[in-house]
Design a binder for this molecule. Structure first.
Ligand SMILES: C[S@@+](CC[C@H](N)C(=O)[O-])C[C@H]1O[C@@H](n2cnc3c(N)ncnc32)[C@H](O)[C@@H]1O
Length: 240
């Protein structure tokens, strides 16, 4: 999701998640996205070693995190996503062949207890009910596993930010739901996941340069003192 702030002149057209990503896929990787850059900067530093571990990127999109897990030496890496168009973009990368599944993250077609590291970036807000996602994440994790879940910070909604992108001459907003961090933590705990880490970072210098290059420095300045995203790190309760 790109963030566009509410405009008086252009009212975005609302589209479903499937339609949104079908239309966005072709240009998704083309423009630098400050949300993704911020998340990578903060999350990369927190990731545990992946060597000899089995990784899964839940709602992998075009495979951004899969590439990184492979480069870090994971024993195996798979990704799943609902959108055939986003997966089609991921398939342009030869190293992702044979690793991608078209599936819904609320019903993950993977055996229980088999994943050591799961990433779940920027998808929670597209699910109205997060219970099944959290239950599935808990089910697939091995006893020593970790999961990193990130999304746009809920406070962005109150500041008028939208999950919107430009397509041809229109601004399209993908249907989404605001979830509080407390709700996600509660649902994680109810599914057997224990919160072990949390970050709510603000934009930094790298993101400022992206806003500046896009001619949106005012947007940066108006929001740089507030958290832009959150990253939650969970482990299964059963781990001692
Ligand atoms: C903002 S993109 C994030 C992609 C990737 N995780 C990243 O951070 O680069 C959101 C992705 O979630 C996927 N998605 C939305 N709802 C989904 C669902 N119920 N199951 C699986 N994927 C879903 C979309 O198709 C899209 O590729």
């Amino acid at each position: 999701m790109n963030l566009a702030q509410r405009s008086r002149t252009i009212e975005p057209r609302r589209v479903s998640v499937r339609e949104g990503y079908a239309l966005w896929a072709a240009s998704y990787d083309r423009c630098p996205n400050p949300l993704l850059v911020l998340e990578e900067r903060v999350m990369e530093a927190r990731l545990p070693t992946v060597v000899n571990r089995r990784g899964l990127d839940v709602a992998c999109g075009t495979g951004r995190w899969m590439n990184r897990l492979i480069a870090r030496g994971a024993a195996s890496v798979f990704g799943l996503d609902l959108s055939p168009q986003m997966l089609g973009c991921a398939l342009r990368n030869d190293s992702l062949h044979g690793r991608l599944l078209q599936a819904d993250c609320r019903q993950i077609p993977i055996l229980s207890g088999t994943i050591d590291l799961a990433l779940c970036s920027f998808v929670a807000g597209y699910l109205e009910d997060l219970k099944s996602l959290m239950r599935e994440l808990s089910r697939i994790l091995s006893p020593r596993a970790e999961i990193f879940l990130s999304d746009v910070h809920p406070s962005c909604h109150s500041r008028g930010w939208k999950r919107a992108f430009r397509h041809e001459n229109q601004v399209l907003e993908i249907e989404n739901t605001r979830h509080s961090i407390a709700e996600i933590v509660y649902l994680g705990e109810a599914s057997g996941l224990r919160l072990v880490g949390q970050a709510e970072p603000h934009w930094g210098e790298r993101e400022r340069r992206i806003f500046e290059a896009a001619g949106k420095i005012r947007l940066y300045e108006g929001n740089c003192n507030e958290p832009a995203i959150f990253i939650l790190q969970f482990r299964p309760f059963r781990m001692r």
